[in-house]
Write a protein that binds this ligand. Structure first.
Ligand SMILES: *Cc1c(COP(=O)(O)O)cnc(C)c1O
Length: 372
């Protein structure tokens, strides 16, 4: 029993990961390939192990957010293309070559600064089709073309990419905006066809499922690979499940009486006799304090609501009426218990964020346990 030896841990199910990948791949056109997005430590799941496992299962392209992440997965033995989607300091350009990493060119100025290094770096130009985050502005395709051609020879330019900002929404305005983004991207891709760039891609998880472009050779698959929804309102293909479960244990059980208050700030007042369990997981583990008096854990197949404020390292939950709760009883923070389940999407929805933020925010002090 894992719970006998641990305080707070996540179980990462590698079979679920591959199952999600396979279901996703079956839902998209056969010509499209997968670039697994393993930034932010593979959304908290552990980038070395996740990328390594995906690589053993036929994925050969990976995306990360910065150079330390890129080097980390290379050192873990991951081969194939590793693309950095964002900024790296120019003075780290040599490491791109050393580790055979592909860098995004964020703007003309950024390309110019990197070109001064005079290194044959693999690069892909970011194109801004409407998000206004990074990239050459696609509203001026002539300029984009000139800049792309200018730098095609300074580097080993092998692709272009853009990012969709409302692909997870089916509201008519959003659908229209996504279509426009894809059209703007395709226009640039068509103009530089003669450069034969093999990696032109515009799809995230949501785009890949709900939009299509014949000119996107890759889908940058992130959140759905990990079994969560891009947006709370989305419905995922059948069978896609969260890869991680977060568990802790009961550290103490006590009876409280009417009039007692629970936790910092005395935000919860006991109105009837209750049984309270303490769980040794808190906001320093990445369990948000915004879930104070809002969240819940699952114990023995029952819901145990959080009472009072989530502390740094502990929280208190109401286990009144739940039998067999004692020191060491498992508490499920994310995952299944009996017939009940809580996903990161559900929990996020309770306090106005998204599942992405919860899974990326689980602290490193929470042990990662891999299962299949
Ligand atoms: C994070 C990211 C992705 C993956 O997005 P998901 O919604 O997790 O699929 C794809 N492309 C870029 C540029 C990103 O930053």
């Amino acid at each position: 029993m894992i719970s006998k030896s641990k305080r707070s841990w996540i179980e990462i199910n590698l079979s679920t990961l591959i199952n999600n990948l396979n279901i996703y791949v079956r839902s998209i056109p056969a010509s499209t390939q997968i670039m697994a997005v393993v930034k932010a430590d593979a959304y908290g799941h552990g980038d070395g192990i996740i990328a390594g496992f995906l690589s053993d299962n036929g994925v050969h392209n990976f995306a990360v957010s910065n150079i330390d992440e890129a080097i980390h997965i290379r050192k873990a033995g991951v081969e194939g293309q590793v693309l950095i989607l964002g900024y790296i300091p120019i003075n780290r350009a040599e490491e791109l070559l050393e580790y055979d990493i592909t860098q995004a060119l964020l703007s003309e100025e950024y390309a110019e600064a990197l070109a001064k290094k005079n290194l044959p770096i693999k690069c892909q130009f970011a194109i801004d089709t409407g998000m206004r985050r990074i990239g050459l502005n696609a509203d001026n395709p002539d300029k984009c073309e000139v800049v792309i051609r200018k730098y095609a020879d300074c580097f080993q330019l092998n692709g272009l990419f853009t990012h969709l900002c409302v692909a997870d929404s089916n509201e008519p305005n959003s659908v229209e905006f996504t279509k426009i983004q894809i059209r703007k991207f395709e226009e640039i891709v068509n103009r530089i066809k003669d450069l034969n760039l093999p990696y032109c891609h515009c799809m995230n998880s949501a785009g890949g499922l709900w939009h299509s472009s014949a000119l996107s050779s890759f889908i940058r698959l992130g959140i759905i690979l990990y079994g969560l929804k891009p947006d709370y309102m989305n419905t995922l293909p059948d069978g896609i499940e969260p890869v991680l479960s977060w568990k802790s244990v009961v550290s103490m059980v006590k009876e409280v009486k009417i009039g007692d208050t629970i936790g910092y700030g005395r935000t919860f007042t006991v109105k009837h006799p209750m049984t309270i369990a303490t769980i040794p997981t808190g906001y320093a583990d990445g369990y948000s304090r915004l879930l104070s008096n809002k969240g819940m854990v699952l114990i023995n197949g029952h819901r145990a609501p959080i009472v009072g404020r989530v502390c740094m390292d502990q929280m208190m939950v109401d286990v009144t009426g739940i039998s067999d709760v004692e020191i060491g009883t498992e508490a499920v923070l994310l995952g299944k218990s009996g017939n009940l389940s809580i996903t990161a999407d559900d929990l996020a929805h309770l306090y106005g964020t998204i599942g992405y933020e919860i899974i990326c925010g689980i602290s490193k002090r929470v042990e990662r346990v891999y299962i299949t």
